[in-house]
Design a protein around this ligand. Structure first.
Ligand code: SF4
Length: 364
């Protein structure tokens, strides 16, 4: 076995394997920077099957970056609803407005210029620069870390600054003088179809003869990782308070936390699961303006769960009637049930609403 991995073999075999039609992407035939950017942001931490309908809806609603820049924030958040990682939607808007304000509506054509856009990191900048403008720069994301680490049998953790730098050097060596647009497309498809995280197709892999991770059977432990962040469960109690006219109290999440800018019902977060509504009344999160004595509890739901990257959210919905609800509550909005459709809620709330059949009523 040679001292350093055979990168010439690596890129030649990868390019010989590549067929664009194996993994159709909507923009492959028309490498427009706006479409590439949009799809890359949507597909970050999202499966292609889940992300593509969102991509199509966005392109239809906002065919150009100028259209997106002029969109209302709430409309974009609503279109994003259900996709998660909402900071991506906020950055999408910021970046579109930045492209219009700073670059006259044209995406910058260089890797460095693209990195100035909000929400665009090295991976997305490299993808746009190479696919749309032919720049000679290698993409580097979780898929690429995995392929390079396995091929080279390199256990350096990729989730640290020095680790990323190390893999950046490997990625450039692997790219060499291959045409970057083609090579980047090939390695992304290869990570999705062959050298997958759990069950790579090693027996039929075109890199197998030179893959050190395969030869040494180390591939299941690669890429190396630093210590994992502990997962925690959070317990949310939502107060779904409605008056006789069908108004419900909602608020926007503005604090630096999950689901920033999404809407929710008044929330009490407890340290443990369970607990009675009578206990919640004495909780410090119970809103000072809400007179417990005037509420009639209709029902408490079973717990609904939503898994996030490092957190599990367990939410219980307590539905109340409040006959004398005031017309205005500072910091909250009172909305009719049929207006729910206009607000972006976290998935755990939309699931509750759907179960209550409220959403069905809205469409009838
Ligand atoms: S042989 Fe297996 S581990 Fe090595 S690159 Fe191919 S699929 Fe990945």
């Amino acid at each position: 076995m040679s001292a350093s991995p055979d990168w010439l073999f690596f890129r030649s075999a990868l390019l010989a394997w590549y067929r664009p039609e194996r993994r159709p992407m909507p923009w492959k035939a028309h490498p427009d920077p706006y479409c590439i950017w949009l799809s890359e942001i949507i597909l970050q931490q999202t499966r292609v099957e889940q992300g593509l309908p969102y991509y199509e809806r966005f392109v239809e609603a906002y065919p150009t970056v100028g259209d997106l820049a002029a969109a209302e924030d709430a409309a974009v958040m609503k279109l994003w609803e259900g996709l998660g990682y909402y900071s991506r939607a906020r950055n999408l808007l910021k970046a579109a407005r930045y492209v219009v304000a700073q670059y006259g509506g044209e995406f910058p054509a260089t890797y460095e210029g693209l990195l100035t856009l909000p929400g665009v990191g090295p991976y997305t900048a490299a993808a746009i620069a190479s696919f749309a403008f032919g720049a000679q720069v290698a993409v580097l994301d979780g898929n690429v870390f995995r392929i390079l680490a396995r091929f080279a049998n390199d256990a350096t953790p990729a989730d640290t600054g020095p680790g990323r730098k190390h893999f950046g050097a490997l990625a450039s060596a692997a790219l060499g003088d291959a045409a970057a647009p083609l090579y980047n497309q090939a390695i992304m498809d290869f990570g999705a179809l062959v050298c997958t995280p759990r069950k790579p197709a090693c027996p039929s892999c075109p890199l197998r003869t030179h893959c050190r991770g395969y030869a040494l059977a180390t591939w299941p432990e690669l890429p190396g990782k630093t210590k994992k962040m502990a997962r925690r469960t959070r317990y949310f109690h939502y107060l779904v308070i409605t008056d006789r006219a069908g108004n419900t109290i909602v608020q926007q999440r503005l604090e630096k936390d999950i689901w920033q800018e999404l809407f929710q019902f008044p929330l009490i977060e407890t340290a443990q699961a369970g607990g009675q509504v009578t206990d919640l009344v004495h909780h410090p999160d119970w809103p000072g303006w809400l007179p417990a004595g005037e509420l009639r509890l209709e029902k408490s739901s079973p717990p609904y769960q939503q898994q996030l990257t490092h957190q599990t959210i367990e939410a219980v919905f307590h539905t109340f009637t409040w006959e004398q609800m005031p017309k205005k509550i500072s910091g909250y909005a009172l909305i009719k049930n049929k207006m729910f459709i206009k607000f972006a809620f976290p998935r755990v709330i939309t699931r509750f609403l759907a179960d209550k059949r409220l959403l069905l009523d809205l469409f009838s």
